[in-house]
Design a protein around this ligand. Structure first.
Ligand SMILES: Cc1cc2nc3c(=O)[nH]c(=O)nc-3n(C[C@H](O)[C@H](O)[C@H](O)COP(=O)(O)OP(=O)(O)OC[C@H]3O[C@@H](n4cnc5c(N)ncnc54)[C@H](O)[C@@H]3O)c2cc1C
Length: 388
């Protein structure tokens, strides 16, 4: 297996870095800060990426893409993640909501929903989890009752990232049939968040800056042409979507950048001579390389037109654990000062480790918990029986 990037791909990375250097303001520290400038910045930045054809570069030309290879797209993701993901919540549109519409949508749905995504003009939120349906997603109870001209939705979703950003659309998993077996009674609806009866309520989080919400649906009318795929095809669609999501997040690139900054810090402060620090940094580097290669393995399957379900879970498991290890080791190296936040002038690396540590607590929960990934690997990868 040869994962070396071509000359053209390397050139693209250089171009991207130059673009990021000129576009990212000095205050940019990612979405995980309480800064009112962050959200508008991500929207403006995404539009600039779109103007250059970089926002949805892997999509077909017909739908605003450039048919770039999955590898070029991987470079884009790596650079975005290494620079605190300036596309902000757009990652949901790009990584899996758009690809799901491309794969399962009608021509009319593609015409309606894909161009605004490709232009960076619209924000979506994911409506999967419920208070009684997280890891056991097939337990979704939000009802979409068929009506004469579509569906009427009643129920509640929870942990919806950036729903109050505000997201204009929701990629909603709902139950269209109670008679069918649980997985077979689910459908995906594309719901306009401005419809009467949709109520978004923010959830405060111990992890600091606001991101999470609940969404309540009360007699929400959804037209029939907003059903994605067939009624009952919801499970197939979200399973494909979650796989795209798991491959689509280059967490290792962010971890790699933090390791680089820790190495620079160790060099500048004399810590680099400490054998324990050196050994910890070297170990992190090894973990980082393993995470990168596991991701490349999943991408190579995608490039061959396959859905890398097990490989995506293996890569994600390693990625999320790497992020948490980088946070722990980073704090050990920086000592107590590592806990200081960006607004404290004494904070080393402008509070990077505080942000990194707090933001990586939930990484082993989102898009399927660590245990869920292990179950996927055990059942689909190793052929072990389902967990009871
Ligand atoms: C930051 C963040 C952002 C999120 N964004 C969104 C979003 O935008 N949209 C959305 O729909 N959801 C979102 N989620 C929700 C996320 O998908 C769920 O939290 C996740 O699927 C776990 O579900 P749960 O919280 O109900 O936990 P539970 O499913 O109740 O799990 C509790 C614990 O039990 C373990 N467990 C459960 N089942 C098994 C099993 N079979 N075997 C072994 N262990 C098991 C889990 O691993 C976990 O440790 C987000 C979550 C977070 C933290």
């Amino acid at each position: 297996m040869n994962f070396a990037f071509s000359e053209d791909e390397q050139k693209f990375r250089t171009e991207l870095r130059a673009f990021l250097a000129s576009e990212l303001p000095s205050w940019w520290r990612g979405m995980f800060v309480d800064d009112p400038r962050a959200m508008p910045f991500t929207r403006a930045f995404s539009r600039k990426l779109a103007e250059r054809g970089w926002l949805t570069m892997a999509w077909p030309k017909e739908w605003g893409g450039a048919e770039a290879s999955p590898w070029k797209q991987a470079i884009l993701r790596e650079e975005m993640w290494a620079h605190d993901e300036p596309r902000g919540p757009q990652y949901m549109n790009l990584n899996y909501i758009g690809p799901c519409i491309l794969r399962f949508g009608s021509e009319a749905q593609k015409r309606r929903f894909l161009p605004p995504m490709a232009a960076g003009d619209v924000l979506w939120t994911q409506g999967f989890s419920e208070p009684g349906a997280g890891s056991d997603l097939a337990a979704v109870a939000t009802r979409a009752e068929p009506s004469t001209d579509g569906f009427v939705v009643n129920g509640q979703k929870i942990w919806n990232s950036y729903a109050d950003a505000p997201a204009e659309w929701c990629f909603l998993l709902a139950r269209t049939s109670v008679a069918a077996k649980r997985h077979h009674g689910l459908s995906v609806l594309l719901v306009d968040m401005r419809t009467a009866g949709v109520d978004v309520r923010p959830i405060d989080s111990m992890a600091g800056p606001h991101e999470l919400n609940e969404i309540f649906f009360e007699d929400v009318a959804v037209p029939r042409d907003c059903l994605l795929g067939e009624a009952g095809q919801g499970w197939e669609i979200v399973t494909a979507g979650l796989t795209f999501e798991r491959v689509g997040i280059a967490r290792y690139a962010r971890a790699g950048r933090v390791i680089e900054l820790l190495v620079e810090h160790a060099g500048a402060t004399g810590l680099a001579g400490d054998s324990e620090v050196r050994s910890k940094l070297a170990r992190l580097r090894v973990q980082y390389e393993a995470a990168r290669l596991l991701n490349y393995r999943a991408i190579s399957l995608q490039a061959a037109g396959r859905v890398p379900a097990v490989e995506a879970s293996i890569a994600r498991l390693h990625n999320t654990q790497l992020e948490q290890q980088v946070s722990d080791v980073g704090l050990e190296i920086l000592g107590l000062a590592g806990q200081l936040t960006a607004d404290d002038p004494a904070a080393p690396l402008t509070g990077l480790l505080h942000r990194q540590w707090v933001r990586t607590i939930p990484t082993t929960i989102t898009a399927g918990t660590l245990e869920v990934q292990k179950n996927i690997i055990a059942e689909r990868g190793l052929g072990l029986p389902r967990a009871r």
